[in-house]
Design a protein around this ligand. Sequence first.
Ligand code: BG6
Length: 485
Amino acid sequence: MVSRVIPVDPFDLVIFGGTGDLARRKILPGLYRRMAAGQMPAEARIIGAARTDLDRAGYQAMVREAIEEFGDPKHAGDAAGVSDFLERLDYVAVDATGDDGWKELKGKMRDGMIRAFYFSVGPSLFGDLAERLKAHKIAGDESRIVVEKPFGHDLASAKALNASLARYFDETQIYRIDHYLGKETVQNLMAVRFGNMLFEPLWNSQYVDHIQITVAETVGVAGRGSYYDKSGAMRDMVQNHLMQLLCLIAMEPPAKFDPDAVRDEKLKVIRALDPVDHHEIVRGQYDAGADGPSYREDVEDPKSRTESYVAMKLGLSNWRWAGTPFYLRTGKRLKTRASEIAVVFKDAPHSIFGPDAGRHRNILTIRLQPNEGMELGVTIKEPGPGGMRLMDVPLDMSFADALGDEAEEVPDAYERLIMDVIRGNQTLFMRGDEVEAAWAWTDPIIEGWIDRHDVPKPYDPGSSGPDDAMLLVHRDGRKWRDIRA
Ligand code: BG6
């Protein structure tokens, strides 16, 4: 298989928050990797912008360290490559809420280049940055701005953010990142659904018994407790990442793979979501374990009621999915890091093999991480003598096996999304109305918890979550899939 790296057009990318954690961990090492892959042209320029008083050399030194610490080891050791990348960097100290630095930034922008502005800063600064970019005529009608989550913490704040950006930029210029949409398998979900004849006819409540979406993490919230404790798993993961996965798995086929066609279909899914009964949601909070403190110790609040885990049963009121439950769960400090979507098909209507053959079901598993790939469980005859006994075997397609050495070069989510910004392709970014619809569905759930003074159920670190989450599925005669790497 030959991968095709198509270089993007030359650009000036300004990273506000260019000295921050996301820039150092993801954005800058990711851009270096794109350069090493030949996707970033020689004329491209990256300008770090932040409050910190640094000169160009100081910024280059900081980025060199970031690449050494967080970069892909395969390229980070290439001294000539790293130096080449650093040559494309510049820096300007900018006051997001004042006047300092803007003139200098304007002076650094080149004519005839694509201009992109990455707001890798807290949402409270989005409006200020947008206003100054326009006031100083640094951004024009063709420029793009990239904004990070959290995009609001409820519907009202998301609307306010959308309005503050819309004052200066058209929706076609705004790229709202949900890094889950940049993951290789997430896009494969669309390829598998809409590129094959095999699955789509069965992709509905007539043939699908239920769907499980699991995003399990082993990390806790130490180090980011002050953000996380105000957010919780519902705002941090469900409203955005899990919602996006649900949309892609449940949406109708768009007429074409273009940004608005895809996003229109996703929006319809969110709008078709039933309100969730509070008995259909389980919140959890991790306890202390042998290898780490409890959630409450991590966030330094002995009374915190924020959830580090949530499991829920959802329904969609539309023709395709009425009657098929979607079970979602996500949590921190669980037994292993594993994210997958499992489409569990219904039993065959009648077993010609009699009761001894047992119960067999087809399950299509889409693994997001680790070991990205797909697995389809099919039922076959147990080999050898002994009569007609049935067993389930996986038809397994790991992307690493399929791609061989090229799997190493698959861009990570941020790399892919930044290249899409430069290309001007919004398909994998959230539109303003999508984000608002997701909050409109989320808000009443969170308000319900507050009104009922809901306290999350404790769970052991290294487990699969609270027992009540198991019951949520068991009482429907189903069970969660094992969380495994
Ligand atoms: C982030 C959340 O958006 O996604 C984090 O804020 C979470 O809490 C992370 O850990 C998970 O991302 P990934 O790519 O590691 O699954």
